[in-house]
Design a protein around this ligand. Structure first.
Ligand code: ATP
Ligand code: MG
Length: 287
């Protein structure tokens, strides 16, 4: 499996780009796509899923230009859009049968497949109730289930863990890890902890451009020796934030513990082991 995005742009208005001259080569495995709101994650994923077309550039899956031959992608695609809508009057089982029919899945075992997915996503108990009565997290899990109906080779999840509680996040993570090793799986988020335990590769984007793309460990090396903790008086925090990249703060009785990124630590700082969140903030704040 090989997905090549070559010099892709998406222009939304006269001077408004959702994505600008964006290139990335993706191979099998799990790719985490990180970026702040408006970075262009959904714009990119929709084009890969052939739900929208680039204004410039090409997208190639296994040597097939999917802008010209969208069906080549669609046949092997599972896609959870960010704004996934469901039909409130259908129950989970009916809904998945309906999507299977739309996708033209002529699998005799589709009922069994649906049951397995409902089980895997902890929805069996609710399968006979109308989706309109589901919680947000349950609806999201129905959206996840429909991506996997056709045993896809390319699976795209745009913000899959929104609305999921911690237990369901773990369940989702396990489900993704069980997907065939031969698949390309892309998941987007703006929350680092959603992807850091699951993604092999991480791409960080901002303002329609790719800031960095590498193994997690390589990205973390960017902030090696640059992450510190220091205790400062509360009234200094605003000023401190203006002059440093602050990752997090924790209140103590007297002072505030600040985790921050800097080339040169201020006096009294203690070096910290860097993580992906540090690298993410470093890259997105510096650019
Ligand atoms: N249909 C559209 N028309 C005009 N501008 C758009 C459209 N869709 C997206 N944009 C703009 O393109 C940019 C990228 O948007 P996109 O939705 O791809 O970002 P995102 O990374 O998915 O953000 P989020 O984390 O909020 O989902 C934003 O500036 C957005 O306002
Ligand atoms: Mg989005």
């Amino acid at each position: 499996m090989r997905l090549e995005i070559k010099n892709v742009s998406k222009k939304y208005g006269r001077n408004k780009y959702g994505l600008k001259d964006f290139s990335i080569d993706i191979e099998k495995g799990i790719l985490g796509l990180l970026g702040p709101n408006g970075a262009g994650k959904s714009t990119l994923l929709k084009m890969i899923a052939t739900a929208s077309k680039p204004t410039e550039g090409v997208i190639i899956l296994n040597k097939n230009n999917i802008i010209k031959d969208a069906n080549y992608m669609r046949k092997q695609l599972g896609f959870l859009p960010q704004d996934f809508g469901v039909y409130p009057n259908l129950n989970a089982f009916e809904f998945l049968q309906y999507i299977a029919a739309l996708k033209g899945i002529a699998d005799q075992n589709i009922k069994l497949k649906i049951e397995q997915l409902l089980y895997g996503l902890n929805l069996l108990d609710a399968a006979k109730k109308p989706i309109g009565s589901y919680s947000g997290g349950m609806k999201q899990r129905i959206g996840i289930a429909q991506t996997l109906l056709n045993d896809p080779k390319v699976v795209i999840f745009d913000e899959p863990t929104v609305g999921l509680d911690p237990e369901e996040r773990v369940r989702f993570r396990n489900l993704i890890s069980d997907l065939s090793q031969e698949c390309i799986v892309i998941l987007s988020s703006h929350i680092v902890s959603d992807i850091d335990t699951i993604a092999d590769q991480v791409a960080i984007m901002k303002n329609g451009s790719l800031l960095s793309y590498d193994h997690q460990e390589k990205l973390i090396q960017l902030v090696d020796q640059k992450v510190f903790e220091v205790f400062i008086p509360k009234e200094q925090l605003v000023n401190f934030k203006n002059n440093n990249i602050v990752v997090s703060t924790a209140r103590t009785e007297q002072k505030i513990a600040v985790r921050y990124i800097s080339e040169i630590p201020i006096k009294g700082s203690i070096a910290q082991t860097p993580n992906l969140e540090d690298a993410y903030l470093y890259l997105t704040r510096m650019n």
